[in-house]
Design a protein around this ligand. Structure first.
Ligand code: GN1
Ligand code: MG
Length: 362
């Protein structure tokens, strides 16, 4: 494997003896390793081309967005080596390199002395993370969204996602539909809710912004010493989207009491205190950036992003686990169930959640 990494790194102009290789297992999509050469750690990743068939498009977006963000970091006197990802390019100036087997590789500097969290327990870190994800959108407000490639078509189009689910139910490719009766029923019963934000885009009520679209709490690097967010990572799905997508997807993940794949549903519940902590940063730090309609959409975003993610896990279960990495047979079904529990809890807390958004919007 070391030979492969040497060859890949050479394409990106990096030479030297490899000292260590350490796999990172957190993401559900790409394969990631940290490869160290002369004390310098590089993140070496293969892009999952089943998920991202247009690797060129993904990397064009990422190079343009990180360049834009780097200028902002420098302008505010921040550290451009730690506060924005730095990707290497090939001799042709591309951010990805395709090997003989068709694998698409990319390389960026690994940010040292930083951690990610899979479960959020510290409310102050949550508030800071909310601020950081909110700032991420704000910093991209003057970036031309029309120049971005649509790396996954209809990524957060929940109307389309639900049509995909319907088709998956009919296909029943894995033959596992009979194991998922209550889950299918739960998601289909919320078809109208799932469409709500897409309909508001169509009606011109909600503005499109440049959004991250995958704001899991472990997609933010936290400085180990200061415990402050350093840098937003996993930039594959930066595309035009709604503020409520980034808010909602973040809440889906970070206001969960347990892991996304906790099997014991008694341990899984929606934490209003975590919701409030994140909202305090994301909404409170926005300083009038969001429109009234956007503020009204935030709680819907939480429910709809959770429905979307859960229905995608369910669809992947029905399709035979083709999309998300899984570690055991029912993994995707287990994930679909945790999202159901969160949706049910959020439905019960809807009014309190709205009141919290309004509290910080002042
Ligand atoms: C995937 O790449 P990762 O693990 O951060 C997925 C997200 C889902 C998430 C669920 C490109 O995110 O959309 O919300 O899993 N990313 C893609 O954990 O599909
Ligand atoms: Mg990802």
């Amino acid at each position: 494997m070391e030979q492969t990494y040497s060859k890949v790194l050479l394409q990106f102009g990096i030479e030297g003896q490899i000292e260590s290789v350490r796999p990172i297992k957190t993401g559900h999509i790409n394969q990631t390793c940290v490869v160290t050469i002369q004390g310098h750690p590089y993140t070496v990743q293969t892009i999952n081309t089943y998920v991202f068939p247009d690797a060129d498009g993904v990397m064009e977006n990422i190079l343009a967005v990180t360049e834009h963000l780097r200028k902002k970091v420098i302008a505010r006197g921040g550290d451009p080596l730690r506060e924005v990802l730095h990707f290497y390019t090939t001799a042709e100036g591309k951010g990805n390199w395709k090997d003989e087997e068709g694998k698409q590789w990319r390389v960026y500097d690994f940010v040292d002395d930083a951690i990610t969290y899979d479960i959020a327990d510290d409310l102050q870190i949550l508030t800071d993370a909310g601020l950081a994800f909110g700032n991420f959108q704000k910093q991209l407000a003057d970036f031309d969204g029309a120049s971005l490639n649509e790396t996954i078509v209809n990524f957060h189009n929940t109307r389309q996602r639900y049509l995909n689910l319907q088709a998956g139910i009919e296909r029943n490719a894995s033959g596992r539909l009979s194991n998922a009766g209550p889950e299918v029923e739960f998601y289909l019963a919320r078809t109208d809710i799932a469409k709500r934000l897409v309909e508001q885009i169509d009606a011109g009520v909600l503005p499109l912004r440049v959004t991250h679209n995958d704001t899991k709490f472990n997609n933010i690097l936290i400085d180990t010493a200061s415990k402050k967010p350093l840098c937003v990572i996993d930039l594959d799905t930066i595309m035009p989207g709604l503020a409520a997508y980034d808010f909602g997807d973040a809440i889906r993940f970070c206001a969960n009491s347990a892991a996304e794949d906790e099997k014991d549903l008694d341990k899984v519940y929606f934490c209003l205190d975590k919701f409030e902590a994140f909202a305090k940063g994301f909404i409170g730090g926005a300083d009038g950036f969001f429109t009234e309609a956007e503020l009204d959409s935030m709680v819907w975003g939480c429910i709809i992003m959770t429905l979307e993610c859960g229905s995608r896990f369910l669809l992947d279960y029905l399709d035979g686990d083709k999309y998300f990495h899984t570690s055991y047979d029912d993994h995707n079904l287990v994930r679909a169930r945790t999202q159901m529990k969160l949706v049910s809890d959020m439905e019960k807390s809807f009014d309190e959640m709205q009141a919290i958004v309004r509290k910080y919007a002042k």
